[in-house]
Design a protein around this ligand. Structure first.
Ligand SMILES: [Zn+2]
Length: 440
């Protein structure tokens, strides 16, 4: 009898321990990646004598780990997103510019998570990342691109519509392990379209027309200042809508172990480098973007190690406790022992390779251009033919660096040229991309 009582007690104690363990150790997991298309670093983080344009999102970012030197793989949408999803450079996954699909032979972060028991959901906001144009739906159980339905003219959606779609996906999400990718497009041209008053400004054709009219540099600068004003209006609008999602994720973090990564796919130029918009150049303003992580696994603060789009996938897998090799990329949860550089490239599909800039001239640029961002933030660009940013100092580094860079870029170029041709999207799609300002 005593033995039976002891056994009942023992079973009761084991059961209680097991219950406590289950409760504390198996809170469902949510991993959320949010990409804010065309968002500049200073729009989120503020700049010299300039406050943030996104105070609500920035306040959320301050609770997390902020990266002050995060660089995108390209200055265009599709290649950078493909790098985020595959942990491969554009010359490795083959999506070197807009208008090419991500080959199904590549393994995406969504596919790996799905194999590991995650339910996977995405909401996208613009034509270049739709399944037909990009094949980014690989590995996603649900891929909401409903903005393309019903409205023939609509090639993108504003944040109110995207937020509603996101809320619906959160309402109906299933499973103890959930992965989401949410894409917002509002900062992208046309600028000012969030006001509902007009269709917005399209920077590249407007600059071209103004130069053809022979407008002065002062007039051109005024036009660019107006572009920035309306871009900021769109960014503020995005902040309001994004905040609804961030608030919900925070409230629901009581129920879910929630890990959030927010970043952009490229920046935007407003004359700092003599150009407008993005895509044709790989200047600091077009590849330096905000990035932050909020997770119970990180210590809040600022990090200044150089990181890039390629590091997003290993970070997500680390948060998901999934083992997978991603050579050349690293999880951002740990600071690297050795400083690492960031790499990337830019390719154009426009012939001839021209860009009208604020100096009133039409500049010819290279078809392929690669870059490296050194741990100190210096950017060197070039290809096997030439280097654009030669070090000026007369020292040993200045003498050896150019050859080392050329060798490096030449290797990237060979790798890209060795890629089997990725399926090109048809001419009609290229016309649609051009309507959105994708002329590069
Ligand atoms: Zn983009």
């Amino acid at each position: 009898m005593r033995k039976i009582v002891f056994m009942i007690l023992a079973i009761g104690i084991i059961g209680t321990v097991a219950t406590i363990y289950t409760l504390s150790g198996s809170k469902p997991t949510r991993i959320v990646l949010i990409t804010l298309d065309t968002l500049r670093y200073d729009s989120m983080m503020g700049g010299k004598d300039q406050p943030t344009t996104m105070p609500l999102s920035r306040a959320v970012g301050d609770k997390g780990l902020i990266f002050t030197r995060f660089y995108t793989a390209t200055s265009t949408t599709q290649p950078t997103h493909a790098t985020k999803f595959t942990a491969m450079h554009p010359w490795q996954h083959g999506v070197s510019r807009n208008g090419q699909v991500l080959d199904v032979k590549h393994t995406t972060v969504a596919e790996i998570l799905k194999e590991n028991g995650f339910t996977t959901s995405a909401v996208v906001a613009s034509f270049p990342v739709t399944s037909k144009v990009s094949q980014f739906d690989q590995g996603f159980d649900r891929y909401d691109e409903t903005f393309t339905e019903g409205r023939k003219e609509s090639k993108y959606a504003l944040a109110d519509q995207i937020t509603k779609s996101i809320m619906r996906q959160l309402d109906t999400a299933e499973g103890d392990k959930q992965f989401f990718w949410f894409h917002y497009y509002d900062p992208h041209a046309p600028y000012g379209d969030t006001s509902g008053q007009f269709r917005g400004f399209t920077p590249k054709p407007q600059l071209e027309r103004a130069v053809q009219r022979g407008e002065s540099r002062k007039q051109l600068n005024q036009m660019v200042a107006k572009f920035r004003q309306y871009y900021d209006m769109d960014v503020k609008y995005l902040d309001q809508h994004l905040h609804q999602v961030l608030q919900r994720l925070e409230v629901e973090s009581r129920k879910y172990d929630t890990h959030l990564i927010i970043t952009s796919d490229h920046g935007e130029s407003f004359g700092e480098d003599g150009s407008v918009a993005h895509g044709k150049r790989i200047t600091h303003w077009q590849i330096h973007v905000p990035a932050f992580i909020i997770s119970p696994r990180i210590t809040p603060g600022m990090r200044d190690d150089v990181a890039g789009s390629i590091d997003i996938m290993p970070t997500i897998l680390d948060l998901a406790n999934v083992q997978h090799d991603t050579p050349g990329a690293r999880s951002l949860l740990q600071k690297p022992k050795q400083p690492t550089p960031a790499f990337g490239m830019r390719r154009t599909f426009e012939i001839p390779f021209e860009e009208t800039r604020l100096d009133g001239k039409v500049h010819i640029h290279d078809y392929d251009l690669f870059f490296i961002v050194y741990p100190d933030g210096r950017i060197f660009r070039g290809n096997q033919e030439q280097l654009l940013d030669l070090p000026q100092q007369d020292n040993a580094i200045a003498k050896t660096l150019p050859n080392a860079l050329k060798r490096q870029f030449s290797q990237f170029e060979d790798e890209l040229n060795g890629q089997p041709p990725t399926r090109e999207i048809d001419l009609a799609v290229i016309e649609e991309l051009k309507k959105l300002g994708y002329t590069q």
